[in-house]
Each structure stands twice: as structure tokens, then as C-alpha cells.
Ligand binder design. Structure first.
Ligand code: ATP
Ligand code: MG
Length: 251
């Protein structure tokens, strides 16, 4: 399962304005096509910063980034046609209905008319939300909002899907629906780049992972191989705690 690289970064550094410490301190990653790649790390590790750079929301201070074989710099318009983004913070208009939100977001991706309507209907049905389609987002539960947030990122059927903590704060039912769908999407050929705190989820979902802490990659590889290579650690969570320590990461 090693396709051509669809994401390549070299020595990515990000120093936010008025920050003393770099948020990213030389991140080099290669993600082949067809992977479910997990970027894992404690709070403040640099997961969102990395994802936001890869999808063109944030500019790096230095370093190189290629997405879908193209330099990010100068090709963002082309790159945006093949990527989907599911942000950590729910990006929906609370006073619009779910359908209105999705139609608006779909039109930003260039979808219109019958195609847009049929995609919106297809995904609302798939995620069990059709009967709530005409309710405003502010009346939705957290799990329902997460599912709409996910639909918003896949409406354009991206080749590469970025998801920043897509299962945070939701019940096991919503989480299962989302995880099962990500597996289906990947089986159909979509490369998935996802961040999480949930080591058990990542261990079972991801074909490949990198653990980052304080802007550095501390280990990367296939979960099963990683567990085999660390004698005395039975799962990803124990390796994660061993490598990142137990101190809290509030800033
Ligand atoms: N806009 C910003 N300005 C200044 N510093 C920032 C900004 N955004 C993030 N940071 C800092 O950069 C570092 C990395 O933050 P980032 O949000 O990428 O971490 P994360 O791994 O996504 O964390 P979490 O698990 O809490 O979502 C942290 O130290 C954070 O405080
Ligand atoms: Mg984050």
C-alpha cells in the first residue's frame, strides 16, 4: 500500500507573531497516496498548525510543502480542487439550517443545481440527518454538528481529506458512523490525513502515524510495527505516554 507521495513537507517551521517558541520546529513528512495517516500529539503539539499549513489556511515561516504533487506556493487554487477540509472548530452558521449550510458550502466548491442537491441529500441520508435537514444548526447536538461538519468537507469528493479531531467530544454512535465512513472513503481511494488525541481509535484506523510534541516529530511509522518495536508497550497509548510524558500541556 505504498503509492506516490501526495503530501511532502521538508523542514516545516512556524513561528506565530509575538511567540517566542516555534509552534513547528522542522516537520518533515511524506504521506503516500491511499494511506490513512494519523498526526497524533498532546494539546499544543502543533497538529492544527500542521494541518492548516497543508491545506493553505496558514503560511509557514519556512520550509517546503507539496500537496498532490504540486508546490503549495503558487498552486493553491489547483490544490483546493482536490482537497477537503474538516476543521477542529465547527465551521457552520448556527442560524442557517443544515441544508442551507451545506448548499452554501457546496456552492463555494463550485457545485450547483441538481448535482449539489443530490450530493447534499445523499450525505444527509448516509449520516442519518435527513429528517433534521431543515432545522437550524443551533438546535443540533454536538454529534450532529460534527457529522454536518464532516459532510461539508467531503461534498466535493476530495482526493485528499484533512480532518482535525473529527471525533472529539461525541458519543460512541456518532464516532462509529464517522470512523466507518472514513474507512469506506479510504477504500474508495481517498487519502486521509487526520489528527486525534484518541490513541485507541488511531491504532485501529490509521495505516501510518506520526506522533508530534512541541513542534517535533518524535516517532513515525505503522502502528503495529511501532508497537512491535517498543518492547514492554502493548498499545499506542502506552507508547504515546512513554514518549510524550505525563505533564499537562496548558499554555
Ligand atoms: N494564532 C496563534 N498565535 C500564537 N500561538 C498560537 C496560535 N495558534 C496556536 N498557537 C500555539 O502554537 C502551538 C501549537 O498549537 P496547535 O493549535 O497547532 O496545537 P494542537 O496540537 O492542534 O493542539 P490541540 O490538541 O489543543 O488542538 C501551541 O503552543 C499554541 O499555543
Ligand atoms: Mg488542534
Amino acid at each position: 500500500m505504498t503509492g506516490n507521495p501526495v503530501i511532502e513537507t521538508l523542514n516545516l517551521v512556524k513561528i506565530y507573531a509575538r511567540s517566542e517558541e516555534p509552534a513547528l520546529n522542522g516537520i518533515s513528512l511524506i504521506i503516500p497516496e491511499g494511506e490513512i495517516f494519523g498526526l497524533l500529539g498532546p494539546n499544543g503539539a502543533g497538529k492544527t498548525t500542521t494541518i492548516n499549513i497543508l491545506c493553505g489556511i496558514l503560511r509557514p515561516t519556512s520550509g517546503q510543502v507539496k500537496v498532490a504533487g504540486m508546490e503549495l506556493n503558487g498552486n493553491l487554487k489547483e490544490i483546493k480542487k482536490v482537497i477537503g477540509v474538516v476543521p477542529q472548530d465547527i465551521a457552520l452558521y448556527p442560524t442557517l439550517t443544515a441544508r442551507e449550510n451545506l448548499c452554501f458550502i457546496g456552492s463555494m466548491y463550485g457545485l450547483h443545481g441538481k448535482l449539489l442537491q443530490s450530493r447534499v441529500n445523499e450525505y444527509l441520508t448516509l449520516f442519518g440527518l435527513m429528517e433534521f435537514a431543515n432545522r437550524t444548526i443551533k438546535t443540533y447536538s454536538g454529534g450532529m454538528k460534527r457529522r454536518i461538519n464532516l459532510i461539508a468537507g467531503i461534498l466535493n469528493r476530495p482526493k485528499i481529506l484533512f480532518l482535525d479531531e473529527p471525533t472529539v467530544g461525541i458519543d460512541v454512535q456518532s464516532r462509529t458512523v464517522i470512523i466507518d465512513y472514513l474507512k469506506t472513503l479510504n477504500a474508495e481511494g481517498t487519502t486521509i490525513v487526520y489528527t486525534s488525541h484518541y490513541m485507541e481509535e488511531a491504532e485501529h484506523l490509521c495505516t501510518s502515524i506520526a506522533i508530534i510534541d512541541q513542534g517535533h516529530i518524535i516517532i513515525q511509522g505503522r502502528p503495529a510495527e511501532m508497537i512491535d518495536s517498543q518492547p514492554g508497550y502493548a498499545n499506542l497509548e502506552s507508547i504515546f505516554l512513554h514518549l510524550t510524558g505525563r505533564t499537562l500541556r496548558d499554555h
